[in-house]
Ligand binder design. Structure first.
Ligand code: ATP
Ligand code: MN
Ligand code: MN
Length: 302
């Protein structure tokens, strides 16, 4: 069959050198999805996921007994985790102590984490080579309970337009949960305090311009009927869910990049699941998503 050109790495299924134990353990009970299914999913999407997930500090949502049982958020190497495929980078904390943070750089790394009970991968906004200079800013739109997805989409588009007015290109990602993340690629230059300050002021300005719809503080009480523009992802040490990550939620939905034009026609942030690996891979190579997440830009003055 004739091959159509695709984005580098997107089409090949990576060869995995990890033995996944208990492949038949059901970890998404409501949809009968097993640990083996999850490992196969990550092996399959590694080519489209690694450009976003590799070589940056990650936190893991680990649910060794499945998503319906206890899960925990792991930020640091807990001793046994590091191995041939999961690496660590020492990072100095606020208090001057040093912690070993995890990162991966290939498909084996993703699968090794699944072998250790991982479902979700969350990443810093900077890479291990330029830790202090973010290469991405994320505005995580968190709607109040019961708020329709239409309003979330509208908010995302508004953010995009305001960012564009400031000369910044941004991209939409369905979180796989309830919201949309607006992702702003950055050429590493400004350091964390400047990026955090920008994100704070940008979110606060939107909240002040439309206080009936937006709120820029975390307080649940203030969120009533509104969307929280979670800008706090943009501080050193904070993480956001990475593209193509499987969420530890019913049905194994995934975080999925979408184009601005198709966002309007999508009615849930959990539109795709790990059963859609082939479609996600095809989408990633499609014209619709060409250039998603890529822009050579730095923060303007705000
Ligand atoms: P949703 O669309 O349902 O909000 P989400 O991924 O945006 O999905 P949030 O609850 O808004 O979920 O979380 C935002 C981010 O905060 C997560 O993507 C994650 O990186 C980070 N986070 C989540 N849980 C923890 C935790 N226990 N400790 C530290 N950071 C966390
Ligand atoms: Mn969110
Ligand atoms: Mn949030």
């Amino acid at each position: 069959m004739a091959e159509t050109p695709v984005q580098a790495g997107a089409a090949e299924v990576s060869e995995i050198h990890i033995k996944v134990s208990s492949r038949d353990r059901v970890i998404f009970p409501e949809s009968n999805i097993t640990k083996g299914d999850l490992a196969d999913y990550y092996a399959k999407v590694a080519g489209i996921m690694l450009p976003w997930a590799a070589n940056r500090p990650i936190s893991l949502v680990r649910c060794p007994q499945g998503r319906a049982k206890q899960c925990f958020f792991q930020k640091h190497d807990a001793g046994s985790f590091k191995g041939a495929h999961v690496h660590t980078v020492p990072i100095t904390e606020k208090d001057g102590s040093t912690e070993e943070y995890l990162y991966i750089d290939d498909a084996d790394g993703l699968v090794a984490c699944v072998q250790m009970g991982t479902i979700e991968f969350h990443g810093w906004g900077s890479s291990v080579g330029t830790l202090e200079q973010p290469d991405r800013m994320v505005f995580d739109l968190d709607p109040d309970e019961g708020l329709g997805f239409d309003l979330v989409k509208k908010a995302a588009v508004e953010l995009k337009e305001h960012l564009a007015e400031l000369g910044l290109v941004s991209f939409a990602m369905l979180s796989g949960g309830k919201g949309v993340h607006v992702v702003v690629p950055l050429t590493p230059a400004a350091e964390w305090p400047a990026v955090k300050d920008f994100a704070d002021r940008f979110a606060r300005a939107l909240g002040e311009a439309a206080p009936d719809r937006f709120v820029a503080t975390m307080s649940k009480a203030k969120r009533k009927g509104r969307i929280f523009i979670d800008w706090l992802r943009n501080q050193r040490g904070a993480t956001a869910v990475l593209p193509y990550v499987a969420r530890a939620r019913a049905g194994a939905p995934v975080a999925a990049p979408v184009s601005w034009s198709e966002l309007g026609g999508i009615d849930t942030a959990a539109r795709w699941s790990i059963r859609d690996a082939d479609e996600l891979i095809a989408r990633a190579a499609s014209r619709e998503l060409a250039g998603w997440g890529i822009a050579d830009q730095v923060l303007p003055d705000l």
